[in-house]
Design a protein around this ligand. Structure first.
Ligand code: AMP
Length: 423
């Protein structure tokens, strides 16, 4: 029996790779224009990094981590998200001495033991962006604007809706948390099992439940906006005013809490109108206080993560032809080993100019090579048989019209490079 991939883990096949490259290139182009620099981080960390950096009470830490002991008995975890690792690196390498905000991004795989379904995997990929050391609301607005700009660059911004919220800070959020716990206690019987279990441990997360049975209780829950302290209310209003100044449309969603324990003040999420249940494409928020909690300076922080699989799904809805396989310019067909020796350096010269060509091995018959040329979809077949060798030339066959022309072997590489340049 052939071995299959692990459940919830997927291969990115060549037919999809162009979209992935486009997402990554667009991310780099847009974020670097805003002054963000790339940081590459390890795939696994000490378990503690995530237990402290995401929060013991979160679903991620409680149920979804791939945690294992290495051979020395140390507890390690495959990263379920990038923020905690990135902050660990920020502190470890003293990046906080750089001019603030320190602006970083990273791209790579994440691992969560979740129930796999369309758009939800156990190994998935994120583009992660963090701006550290600045708590000005204009930064929140610019971070959100940059996220929107990324989707504009991919031409799918029209499929998305931006929601924002404020969760308050260490001043007012605990007050809200207590109010929520009190409210849920009186409505416990009408909550689903998950929510009953979360109500005391992580009450804000209950607000995020999508089950219809919880709806009526959640609809009646106290709003976080009634609990915001003066500073937080002002901060949130400023964020909105700056978004308006940049003409960025948004909706306020008092129930947008997100998974991480340490989000404070601004949270935001982009959802796609037609992606089904797993419609969150990107999300993030502010986490002032988290860097200090991880043993670093009292620097503020804000960031977001984009789910690449879901972005690729949105791109798939667009013009498929734009993502077609790149066809080679030509198939070079040597008929025999001597002809192969002549065509090997030609292929090498053309490829060195980044023009893709395919080369036969000299053993196959002309007819089957021409069939292969058709399947590859090349514009030209270049044939060198005994006759051509004797005349030191090659036959160039236009695969569309069937017309043929001859070129001296010594000029063949230049001729193909010129044809490649015209494409
Ligand atoms: P989070 O790190 O949970 O805030 O998620 C940020 C983004 O990552 C989400 O909006 C999704 O687009 C994506 N994402 C999160 N979990 C998964 C998953 N299991 N499979 C695929 N994409 C995911």
């Amino acid at each position: 029996m052939a071995i299959k991939a692990v459940r919830g883990v997927h291969d990115i096949l060549p037919s999809e790779a162009e979209k992935w490259r486009c997402v990554e290139t667009t991310a780099r182009r847009v974020f670097e224009a805003y002054g963000y620099e790339e940081i590459r981080l390890p795939i696994f960390e000490r378990t503690e990094v995530f237990a402290r950096g995401i929060g013991e009470a979160t679903d991620i830490v409680q149920k979804e981590m791939y945690t294992f002991e290495d051979r020395s008995g140390e507890s390690l975890t495959l990263r379920p998200e990038a923020t905690a690792s990135l902050l660990r690196a920020y502190i470890e390498h003293g990046l906080f001495v750089l001019p603030k905000p320190v602006k970083l991004y990273t791209i790579g795989p994440m691992f969560r033991y979740e129930r796999p379904q369309a758009g939800r995997y156990r190994q998935f990929h994120q583009v992660n962006v963090e701006a550290l050391g600045d708590d000005h609301p204009a930064l929140d607005a610019q971070v959100i604007a940059m996220l929107i700009e990324f989707f504009r660059g991919l031409d799918i911004v029209q499929q998305l809706k931006l929601q924002i919220n404020s969760l308050g800070d260490s001043n007012c959020r605990p007050v809200y948390r207590e109010r929520l716990i009190g409210y849920f206690r009186t409505h416990m019987a009408r909550l689903c099992e998950d929510c009953r279990e979360r109500a005391e441990r992580n009450p804000l997360r209950v607000l995020d439940c999508k089950k219809p049975e919880c709806r009526p209780v959640l609809d009646g829950a106290p709003s976080v906006h009634d609990s915001l302290c003066g500073d937080c209310a002002r901060h949130f209003l400023d964020v909105q005013n700056y978004l308006k100044a940049m003409s960025i449309p948004y909706e306020i969603s008092p129930r947008l809490v997100r998974g991480l324990d340490y989000y404070v003040r601004t949270t935001f999420e982009l959802t796609a109108t037609d992606l089904g249940a797993q419609n969150a494409v990107a999300g993030g928020g502010r986490y002032d206080g988290l860097i200090e909690l991880l043993g670093g300076p009292a620097d503020a922080g804000i960031g977001f993560a984009i789910g690449i699989e879901r972005v690729v799904l949105l791109l798939s809805g667009s013009d498929e032809n734009a993502w077609g396989r790149k066809r080679p310019l030509a198939l070079l067909i040597p008929l025999g080993d001597e002809a192969l020796k002549q065509l090997l350096p030609v292929a090498q010269a053309v490829r060195s100019r980044a023009i893709p060509v395919e080369l036969g091995d000299g053993d196959r018959k002309l007819r089957s090579e021409l069939e292969r040329a058709n399947k590859l979809g090349v514009a030209w077949a270049v044939i060198v048989g005994e006759t051509e060798l004797a005349r030191t030339e090659a036959v160039l066959r236009d695969m569309k019209s069937g017309e043929q022309q001859r070129t001296p072997l010594g000029e063949l590489a230049q001729k193909l490079i010129a044809l490649g340049g015209q494409r």
